[in-house]
Design a protein around this ligand. Sequence first.
Ligand SMILES: [Zn+2]
Length: 166
Amino acid sequence: MGESKTKQLKREGIDKFHTPEMIDYMFNSAELVPPYARGLLSNSLVLLPEEIIDFIVENYVFISRDEEECGSQWTFNSVHFKDKKGFILLATKIWKKKSIEIAFIIAHEVAHAFKKHKTGVIALKQGTKQEKEANRLAVKWLSKHYKKKSLMKLCKPVNKILKRAE
Ligand SMILES: [Zn+2]
């Protein structure tokens, strides 16, 4: 296995890796995430602990596509997926939510990936061990940036966060 991208950047003297701009650059996700959402994604990811950012940038890509564009396809050899372990799907409607909600949903999904939880569709079964663990980690990771009480309120199925009135 080759040198990791983050190590490579550090060797090249780019040590300010944990910024929204660099995270966005590393994902190179123009085709996978709509332009209006890229900043929201990287601004959410930058709140996570550094080792978690490294993990997710190295191993995953994010896909968030508007429904009317759902005819696109990529192969696992494409530049986006090469050497990746998986992808995280985000409904485009999350981008309309409050920043704490976006950050929480993303942290929750990242926690599933980090903990190697069993997945299928990211449809949520309430009250499972996996969901509780993902919520617990999301709260822990984001508690430096948001009030714990506000984060605890979001510990419910993502579908419920999305359905709540604007
Ligand atoms: Zn979940």
